[in-house]
Design a protein around this ligand. Structure first.
Ligand code: FAD
Length: 479
């Protein structure tokens, strides 16, 4: 029997896995393979919390393969070396994989494809991770920079449909790749036990995914109304499953399209398209991961302030809504989208710290850390990305808190030291009378920090910095 490799990467599922299904349909004996070398993809490589997720998603996929009579082969080392070693040991003549879109992945996949083809190995590449490939949605041959225009154009094109279900029985061929040991040998799990809270918050398996998928009909009824309120469970929480391809956007879209029409459904489909847009932008503008896409911002006078950065990372800024978001992130590996916007804006505009520092922290702490969505999100907050909010539009963290966490439930959950503070004061504890603070058992500066910056001052400072940047650019100095 001829042998083929099915190389898994960001597509850790059996159903709607075009590469796997095509390999199986070819009639060859299929060897599922996962290769790992930390940092091989640079900033696109999973790190920190995302590696924890990856470990569990792989364990679950391996178990699903074993139930069907197969298994995953885990290999350590550069992907190219692993594939070549696997071909040599197993006698495989064909390799199947699903396409990735980031620049690091492209740098890795394209030479490997050439190398294999030159060696007479069949290479079969499928589309699996997006509804529409980045080169399919173009305007006069150009890519889109504005989301609304992208969304309008994309909506007119057919979306990829799920490729089908995996067979109930799988058979491993005689030829085998070298086995680099069990999954544990990849060293994805962190050495210190900082992921306990993440483990309590998530079930990174197909079973955990199915619970969320079953919740979609209920969630979508009020998604349009409540999706911006972090205390309410009105977003899907599908992002890490999508990140690692345990579910494809095509599968999600299919489930959603079966549901009755309504504003929540439309709004959700639009949000899914932000993920597509991020990949579209990254594919056409790989510099998204390195530099501000608005070149003016190369002249922005960012501050250096390690103490402020640390306070932000630890959720100790003295602004409860910011701290709640940052502690949700640290404790559960995920943060609600509205909180990402508020906490991110605070870093960039109130603290005037480079958005890259925020992007790096998120890449290490989010279970859904995805370079395209993350860097697009941060460049958007920094005012320098495509379709970004203008820099002079500065969130007031207290007003955002009053609007999107009006009863303070989110704050009370993640900043428990403020739990007994009456709602009237919870958004800005420093404005509360001493007596109120004392009744709630809080002494500011001891139990909870005073604000590390005055928002009105920070706002003026940010606007001045923007003005300095603009005058530097129009001067031509340093340009
Ligand atoms: P839902 O509201 O249920 O949306 C469904 C899906 O649509 C999400 O799972 C996600 O895949 C996609 N989506 C929704 N909003 C966005 C968006 N604004 N941009 C891109 N895709 C979106 N998302 C990531 O998946 N990985 C990241 O690393 C990431 N970093 C971000 C960094 C910043 C600074 C900001 C502002 C946003 C970031 N996002 C990122 C986008 C968004 O916050 C998350 O996708 C969303 O919070 C995930 O929760 P959910 O699955 O419940 O979303």
């Amino acid at each position: 029997m001829s042998v083929a490799l099915a190389w898994f990467r960001d597509d850790l599922r059996l159903d709607d896995n075009p590469a796997l299904l095509e390999a199986l349909r070819s009639g060859m004996g299929v060897i599922p393979l996962f290769a790992w070398q930390a940092e091989e993809l640079g900033v696109e490589s999973p790190s920190g919390a995302a590696r924890w997720w990856l470990h569990h998603a792989l364990a679950d996929l391996d178990a699903a393969l074993r139930e069907r009579g197969s298994r995953m082969f885990f290999m350590r080392g550069r992907a190219q070396d692993c594939i070549l070693r696997a071909i040599e040991a197993s006698g495989a003549r064909d390799v199947f994989w699903n396409r990735r879109h980031g620049p690091g992945a492209a740098e890795l996949d394209a030479p490997l494809e050439r190398l294999l083809r030159d060696a007479g190995i069949g290479v079969h590449i499928s589309s699996a991770g997006l509804l529409r490939e980045p080169w399919e949605v173009l305007h006069d041959g150009q890519s889109y920079r504005v989301f609304t225009a992208y969304f309008k154009a994309a909506s007119k094109l057919p979306a990829r449909r799920p490729a089908g279900l995996a067979p109930a029985q799988l058979h491993l061929p005689e030829g085998r790749p070298p086995d680099d040991g069990p999954l544990d040998a990849l060293g994805l799990m962190p050495r210190f036990g900082w992921t306990k809270g993440i483990g309590q918050a998530w079930e990174p398996t197909a079973a955990g995914l199915e619970v969320l998928m079953q919740g979609l009909p209920r969630m979508l009824e009020d998604y349009g109304r409540w999706r911006d309120y972090p205390a309410r469970a009105y977003t899907s929480r599908l992002s890490p499953y999508l990140r690692f391809g345990q579910v494809s956007p095509a599968q999600v879209l299919e489930r959603v399209r079966e549901l009755p029409d309504g504003p929540g459904k439309d709004c959700f489909i639009r949000q899914l398209s932000w993920r597509e847009f991020a990949r579209h932008v990254l594919f056409h503008t790989p510099a998204l991961l390195q530099q501000p896409l608005d070149p003016k911002f190369a002249h922005f006078p960012w501050r250096e302030d390690d103490a402020a950065l640390k306070a932000w990372q630890q959720g100790l800024t003295g602004f409860p809504i910011v701290d709640a978001g940052m502690r949700q992130l640290w404790n559960t590996g995920w943060m609600h989208n509205r909180a990402r916007m508020i906490a991110g804006s605070f870093l960039v505009k109130d603290l005037l710290l480079h958005w890259r520092k925020g992007a790096e922290w998120f890449m290490g702490t989010l279970v859904d850390a995805d370079a395209a969505s993350n860097f697009l999100g941060w460049q958007w907050l920094g005012g320098c990305g495509p379709d970004a909010a203008p820099f002079f539009r500065i969130f007031n963290p207290v007003l955002q808190s009053m609007k999107f966490d009006p009863d303070g439930y989110y704050i009370r959950r993640f900043v428990p030291e403020l739990a007994d503070l009456p709602t009237q004061w919870i958004h800005a504890p420093w404005t509360a009378p001493e007596r109120v603070l004392a009744n709630a058992g809080i002494s500011l500066g001891r139990d909870y920090p005073r604000p590390i910056v005055d928002h009105a001052f920070a706002r003026d400072r940010a606007l001045t910095a923007r003005w300095q940047m603009r005058s530097k650019v129009s001067d031509g100095s340093d340009a």
